[in-house]
Design a binder for this molecule. Structure first.
Ligand code: DX5
Ligand code: ZN
Length: 227
């Protein structure tokens, strides 16, 4: 059974105080921290890599680092991110020729494996074999590359379709998610919620985290899942 997981995206945090920001989020109710790794190739921006994640993992004991790898060669960074303390390694379907081999590589390195699909990638990219091997599917609700973009509701039918096919799979949404868009995400069937600006930009992050969770829990209850 799936349950609600709230994963604030540190892209909207104060990078100069990253460990402090992560510690604060956990105190305010976050389950995971969403670490957006961008390489300047798969997407235009550059954010952070394994050395920074390693500092965060040392500075925030027990942290679950949900690593969203917006990188052109996801195979290349598996071992570095595992050594840095990554918990979940989510690669982009669009960036690899062999998702199944990559999932095995990630698991052999001791991490959970996730696969992300960008707005133009259909849900059929998630084959039964991939869904069986992976721990999570990320349905992007904006084009990857930067925070603070407008939510794309046209991506949600993919969540609905994936939830129907895989009732016990963790399905994450990322991009433009916040109190005004969480209802449609939750009723489509996503249970892992990433929010950057909506959480870090709020005067009371704790309130936003609990609001997001309440909406997901309610939708799961309605769907007959476990809240
Ligand atoms: C976008 C990133 C997101 C981003 C979300 O490329 O993958 O994780 O930080 O930020 P918001 O919630 O502000 O859209
Ligand atoms: Zn992300």
């Amino acid at each position: 059974m799936v349950h609600s997981i709230i994963s604030p995206s540190v892209l909207a945090s104060d990078f100069g105080n990253l460990t402090g920001e992560c510690t604060r989020m956990i105190k305010e109710g976050a389950d995971w921290l969403h670490m957006d790794v961008m390489d300047g190739h798969f997407v235009e921006n550059i954010t952070m890599g394994a050395p920074i994640l390693e500092c965060v993992s040392k500075g925030v004991p027990g942290i679950f680092m949900d690593c969203h790898m917006m990188v052109a060669a996801p195979e290349k960074w598996v071992s570095d991110i595992a050594k840095a303390g990554g918990s979940l390694y989510t690669f982009h379907f669009e960036a690899t020729k062999n998702p199944l081999a990559l999932i095995s590589q990630i698991k052999a390195a001791g991490m959970k494996a996730g696969m992300a699909i960008s707005p133009d990638t259909p849900s059929s990219a998630v084959t039964d074999e991939i869904a069986q091997a992976a721990d999570m599917i990320l349905v992007m609700t904006v084009y990857p590359g930067r925070g603070g973009q407008k939510f794309k509701p046209e991506c949600l039918p993919k969540v609905t379709e994936l939830r129907a096919r895989f009732p016990s799979m963790d399905i994450q949404v990322d991009g433009g998610v916040g109190p005004s868009t969480i209802h449609v995400c939750a009723s489509a069937g996503s249970n892992v919620i990433v929010a950057g600006s909506a959480i870090f930009g709020a005067p009371d992050s704790k309130k936003v985290i609990s609001e997001l969770r309440a909406v997901v829990d309610e939708a799961l209850k309605k769907a007959g899942g476990e809240a």
